[in-house]
Design a binder for this molecule. Structure first.
Ligand code: ASP
Length: 320
């Protein structure tokens, strides 16, 4: 039987009712004990790393999780990280970039209803996650609703529905059918052109993180002063969530933002553009409003999610 380490971090999956609302109260061992079917999939040890609502998870916790994998790397065939769903896509993205040369599966999962609640999705999600962790597919993935999603492509799109996470601009990796994970033909095809970052020999944790990154959503009427204020507050990187396939108001608009973009860039701030449309990413060289922005020095985020851009930028700035 494969040996898997459950790294418990909290989230709804581990929550119990309190006077002030749900909060994490079950440890990793309690999670495993409540789902006996897991013992038929693999041998499980637990590491009680933290008990947090994922709202409270910060980049330093990403580093803790990455080092927990590193410290136990040789002892286990794979890893499951139980985690709150609200910021799971950020953590999955971060770990995707932080765990370089990863040769084992690291699977994040959680649930919309606590394991203590009737009809919870937690048992199914844990079964999907442990099944994935026993597969020899290396990489960071998010397991939810019988599906596996590449770590840096996941986005939480529902606060209530069990099918909460979608894979954005990357095909779903696998689907659980009759207790077995079936890898999708679309993902296999995707992998042929997009290799995962795991080519070197030894696992290396990238843990230099610069958190001075902000996400800015453009709206019609957005003021230059807001962007300048973020720069003056010490921000080093901005994920600019722009309209459609990629445009920033320019000289033809009373809301011309280009002088503020120039100001930010002159101060050494990196600006990467994402699209407010969830799917298909940005194609900045399509319209004049995008081409001009590129000429002013913004970078295209392409098909990446905002979550992935934030994690990637924090690491790149940390290493600069
Ligand atoms: N607030 C919870 C968390 O992110 C929500 C969840 O886990 O579903 O920890």
């Amino acid at each position: 039987m494969k040996k898997i380490l459950l790294i418990a971090t909290g989230g709804t999956i581990a929550s119990v009712e309190t006077e002030d609302g749900m909060m994490p109260g079950l440890d990793g061992k309690a999670l495993i004990e409540r789902v006996p079917a897991l013992k038929e999939i693999c041998e499980i040890d637990t590491l009680e790393l933290m008990q947090l609502d994922s709202t409270n998870i910060q980049p330093e916790h990403w580093a803790k999780m990455a080092h927990a994998v590193e410290d136990n790397y040789d002892k286990y065939d794979g890893f499951v990280i139980s985690h709150g769903t609200d910021t799971m896509a950020y953590t999955a993205s971060a770990l995707h970039y932080m765990l370089e040369n990863l040769k084992k599966p690291v699977i994040l999962t959680g649930s919309q209803l606590s394991l203590t609640e009737e009809g919870s999705d937690a048992p199914d999600n844990l079964i999907t996650a442990f099944t994935a962790a026993t597969n020899d597919r290396p990489g960071v993935y998010l397991a939810f609703y019988g599906r596996l999603i590449q770590g840096n492509a996941a986005k939480k799109l529902h606060t209530e529905q069990f099918y909460a996470f979608k894979s954005i601009n990357v095909p779903e990796v696998a689907v659980l059918k009759n207790g077995k994970l079936e890898y999708t033909a679309e993902y296999e095809k995707y992998l042929k052109v997009n290799s995962l970052p795991s080519s070197g020999d030894k696992l290396k944790v990238r843990d230099k993180i610069d958190t001075r990154v902000a996400v800015v959503d453009l709206v019609p009427g957005y003021k230059q002063e807001y962007l300048r204020a973020i720069v003056d507050a010490g921000c080093r990187g901005i994920v600019l969530n722009v309209f459609g396939s990629g445009g920033i108001p320019g000289e033809n608009s009373p809301g011309n933002l280009l002088p503020a973009i120039d100001y930010a860039i002159s101060k050494g701030v990196k600006i990467i553009c994402a699209s407010q449309c969830i799917n298909d990413g940005v194609i900045m060289d399509r319209y004049e409003v995008g081409v001009t922005a590129l000429k002013h020095g913004v970078i295209s985020g392409g098909l990446l999610t905002v979550e992935a851009m934030v994690a990637k930028m924090m690491l790149e700035l940390g290493e600069a």
